[in-house]
Design a protein around this ligand. Structure first.
Ligand code: HEM
Length: 357
């Protein structure tokens, strides 16, 4: 087992002994320490391209809220009506791959899977009812090539073997299910999920510019997130996802993680935002903030949350209360992943058992 895998396992077993939604200070501290150790300074290895076989997608559709119509490998049409158990199998497969493939970034593909699900969903426009997770149009250029989606091919490629094993699931359902799974497997709250998304063709790609620009402030964040149908509290709750993962100079141009435990969801994003002294980093890159250890960062869009009179109180609430953050984060992520999806009336959300519970 690699040092990274070992340190992650130690941290996880420590976390397992505490209640799922509450972190004791000592547990957090222990995790931060191990989190520091398994930082990787190497850039992610480029993964080999394996896009979807367009032929196989041609007949892929969701009928109503759960029936999938798809073409099997020998070309014959199949109809499959999956049960909750079938989705739990998909969940387990994603969780298993997350556990097994720990050679990426800080030891987990989890953060980039969350980002894939968010970028697939966050293109939604409530006026025109276009975009959103229903379609998985990021499979195609131009959307896959939008600057905001740089690096998400790693997440899409990670999910290809899962798609190959469960060909009946649409990419749109798979990506959002993977987002929910990654949040749960990174010790986050339960994220209820339901199927019903159909894949669309390239013509349904959304125009560039629907996702937020990290260099801007809260006026821009409101323009972007109100367009999806969110309010100020929901914007702040969603931003807490930045407890996870990191920025990459070869993707967004920004650099570094927001927290010391980028593969475990906590409310540390908010506590750090409030408690650390943030300075503008002196470097040959875009404007970003750094803490005094120079190990952590905040984007201008993150820092803007504590400069905004209406948003700061939510940062303070989530910093004080991890349970409140988990509750609100789960609710707002469910809403995000369902934007613009025409679910069958009465379709029920499922909850999946985390593998680390
Ligand atoms: C509030 C507006 C937001 C802005 C301006 C923003 C911007 C960014 C940027 C610039 C990165 C770095 C990308 C890279 O270089 O790899 C990033 C990463 C990330 N974002 Fe956001 N984001 C926002 C909201 C969200 C939301 C709503 C979520 C999920 C609910 C999210 C989840 C993530 C995650 C998990 C990563 C880390 C990805 C990785 O480690 O590869 N972000 N974000």
């Amino acid at each position: 087992m690699s040092a990274a895998a070992f340190s992650r396992q130690v941290a996880r077993s420590a976390l397992r002994t505490s209640t799922r939604n509450t972190f004791s200070t000592s547990t957090r501290h222990a995790f931060r320490q191990s989190g520091r150790r398994f930082y990787s300074s190497e850039p992610p290895k480029p993964s080999s391209g394996s896009g979807p076989a367009l032929g196989a997608l041609a007949g892929l559709a969701v009928v109503g809220g759960g029936y999938y119509f798809y073409q099997s490998q020998n070309g014959s049409p199949k109809v499959f009506n999956p049960t909750k158990e079938d989705y739990q199998k998909v969940y387990n497969e994603i969780a298993g791959r997350l556990e097994e493939k720990d050679d990426y970034d800080d030891g987990s593909y989890g953060p980039v899977l969350v980002r894939l699900a968010w970028h697939a969903s966050g293109t939604y426009d409530k006026e025109t009812k276009t975009g959103g997770s229903n379609g998985a149009t990021m499979r195609f250029a131009p959307e896959g090539d939008h600057g905001a989606n740089a690096g998400l091919k790693h997440a899409r490629d990670f999910l290809e073997p899962v798609k190959a094993k469960f060909p009946w699931i649409t990419y749109s359902d798979l990506w959002t299910l993977a987002g929910a799974c990654a949040i749960q497997e990174m010790q986050g709250p339960v994220v209820p999920w339901r199927p019903g998304r159909a894949d669309k063709e390239a013509a349904a790609c959304t125009p560039d510019g629907r996702l937020p620009d990290a260099a801007q402030g809260t006026k821009h964040l409101r323009d972007i997130f109100y367009r999806m149908g969110f309010n100020d509290q929901e914007i702040v709750a969603l931003a807490g996802a930045h407890a996870l993962g990191r920025c990459h100079t070869d993707r967004s141009g920004f650099d570094g993680p927001w927290t010391f435990s980028p593969t475990v969801l906590t409310n540390d994003y908010y506590t750090l935002l409030l408690d650390e002294k943030w300075h503008i980093r002196k470097w040959d890159g875009p404007k970003q903030y750094e803490d005094k250890t120079k190990g952590l960062m905040m984007l201008p869009a993150d820092y803007a949350l504590i400069e905004d009179k209406a948003m700061k109180p939510w940062v303070q609430k989530y910093a004080k209360d991890n349970d409140l953050f988990f509750k609100d984060f789960s609710e707002v992520v469910v809403k995000l992943f369902e934007l613009g999806v025409p679910f069958k009336e009465g379709s029920e959300r499922m909850t999946f058992k985390p593998t680390n519970a």
